[in-house]
Design a protein around this ligand. Structure first.
Ligand SMILES: [Zn+2]
Length: 76
């Protein structure tokens, strides 16, 4: 985990880790992890602005789909 965001000139606290997987052309945003050569810690601002090269997929593992239980909706 870095002390600050990886973007040049940005001193914000990192809130996520970006990992590039070149073999599958996938960029993954995950929770902060231990340092790795292919990982970059980013603050929330730069995570939101993140874009990936053409042909790459961006996966945000921080987002978990809300579980909606329809039974509650129709219970009464
Ligand atoms: Zn930043």
């Amino acid at each position: 985990m870095s002390a600050s965001c990886s973007r040049p000139g940005c001193q914000r606290n990192p809130t996520a880790t970006l990992t590039y997987e070149y073999s599958s052309s996938t960029a993954t945003i995950g929770v902060l992890a231990t340092p790795h050569p292919m990982q970059y810690d980013l603050c929330d601002l730069h995570t939101d602005r993140l874009s990936v090269p053409n042909g790459w997929a961006l996966i945000d593992e921080r987002v978990t789909a809300p579980v909606v239980d329809l039974r509650d909706r129709f219970a009464s």
